[in-house]
Design a protein around this ligand. Structure first.
Ligand code: FAD
Length: 397
């Protein structure tokens, strides 16, 4: 019978298997995972799993019941799209349809590779290794004040570590939020008892700490490098499959890669968005959850609507729930809803030149997020005065 091979047994890979069956696929499904573990969810790795609040993070999908063959500890090493053959470290494998779902790999820093005491955080094994060093009094340096840096700071302070976070940009969440919008988050580090150094670049990681661009040295018992990730696609370099400069597989509006019957989904793929008029690489959980339906429809011969989601993600940090929906552009107007100084949460909204709501970021205001999400998806125009009144629900003008 015909065979779909899915490379990568993370969220996108596992959901592709289940959507294939839902869409009526009756052929074989082979799911290859480089890691030795059965599939698990990543968000808990920097949160509940790190603090010990959650014992594990296994995904609940029953692959046996789906008739999908999971092969853990098998890494794809090359692709010959003309022959429809995959090279793996367990021998070659031929396919009729191929789904690339290899996710992303964390970036690192000079000197960091292979050093004892230097951690990255992407996999379950990474999380267990980091958890083991979060002991009372341990000195932890975190490089990067992004989402993962903030979440691990939270967990490490709860464990009683002395935490220093070093960020090259002038504010936390550089590239995600304008510096003025991220300013209140600086306080979260202080209140948690962590030291946050911004505008400070780390030039080298050493066994006993990190070297700073200004010549300084920050001592550490353990260092976490949390400076972003890139699509895990180096193994495709000889395949002729086009990747963009950042390494993402260039997929089309139905998540088809540029070879017959090859798809790409989740953190490893970029796709053209008509909504945003440009290519998007979304490395968030919701995208890995939703993309697989489009892939399954394509494999089974359906003609799905173009895949064009409004990006959504959440982060739990410093006892707060931060959620974000949409994308704002540099020219968008920033509206503030509620104040970071009150105890009731606050929201940032962005509107386009035509007054349409383009993005919403909420801190402990889940209702704003839910209402804002619908408005952003519809491109609804909002009344700035009403948006800035936190007592009035978000709605279209
Ligand atoms: P992955 O989950 O990375 O799965 C890809 C799998 O493919 C991996 O298991 C990998 O080992 C395997 N693989 C790679 N190369 C090969 C190969 N050549 N052969 C075989 N297998 C291979 N998003 C949110 O929205 N909210 C959050 O709070 C949040 N928290 C996060 C916390 C952490 C610590 C991390 C790392 C990510 C977090 N994310 C969060 C992002 C979210 O987890 C990812 O967007 C999502 O996991 C992407 O799913 P994926 O299936 O595309 O990739």
């Amino acid at each position: 019978s015909e065979r779909v091979v899915i490379v990568g047994a993370g969220l996108a890979g596992v959901h592709t298997a289940s959507h294939l069956r839902e869409a009526g696929w009756q052929g074989e499904i082979d799911l290859l995972g480089a890691e030795p573990h059965r599939p698990y969810d990543r968000p808990p790795l920097s949160k509940e799993l790190l603090t010990g609040e959650a014992p594990d993070a296994w995904l609940e999908t029953d692959l046996d019941a789906l008739g999908a063959r999971l092969r853990t500890g098998v890494t794809a090493t090359g692709l010959d799209p003309a022959a429809r053959r995959l090279a793996t470290d367990a021998g070659p494998l031929s396919y009729d349809h191929l789904v690339l779902a290899t996710g992303a790999a964390p970036r690192t820093l000079p000197g960091a590779a292979g050093l004892d005491g230097v951690h990255l955080l992407r996999t379950l094994d990474d999380a267990l290794a980091l958890r083991a060093v979060l002991k009372p009094g341990a000195r932890l340096v975190i490089v990067g004040a992004g989402w993962i840096g903030a979440e691990v700071t939270t967990a490490a302070r709860a464990a009683g570590c002395a935490v220093v976070v070093i960020e090259a940009a002038g504010a936390p969440l550089h590239g995600v939020l304008p510096a003025e919008a991220a300013e209140p988050m600086r306080r979260w580090y202080e209140e948690a008892g962590a030291r946050l150094l911004t505008g400070t670049a780390v030039t080298e990681v050493r066994p006993d700490g990190v070297l700073l661009a200004d010549g300084g040295h920050e001592p550490a018992d353990a260092v976490l490098v949390a400076v972003g990730s890139r699509p895990d696609t180096a193994w495709l370099s000889g395949s002729g499959l086009p990747l963009d400069q950042g390494g993402a597989v260039l997929a089309d509006h139905r998540l088809r890669a540029a070879a017959p019957d090859v798809y790409a989904v989740g953190d490893c793929a970029s796709f053209p968005s008509a909504r945003y008029g440009r290519r998007l690489l979304i490395q968030h959980w919701d995208n890995a959850l939703r993309g697989p339906a489009a892939v399954a429809a394509g494999v089974t011969g359906g003609t799905p609507a173009p895949y064009d989601p409004v990006p959504y993600f959440w982060s739990r940090q410093f006892g707060r729930m931060v959620q974000s929906v949409g994308l704002h552009s540099p020219g968008d107007r920033l509206l503030r809803r509620g104040s970071p100084d009150g105890g009731d949460g606050w929201t940032l909204c962005w509107t386009s030149a035509s007054g349409a709501l383009t993005a919403v970021l909420t801190v402990d205001r889940p209702r704003d997020l839910a209402q804002g999400r619908r408005l952003v998806e519809r491109g609804a125009v909002v009344d700035p005065g009403r948006v800035e009144d936190p007592a009035v629900p978000l709605k279209s003008a």
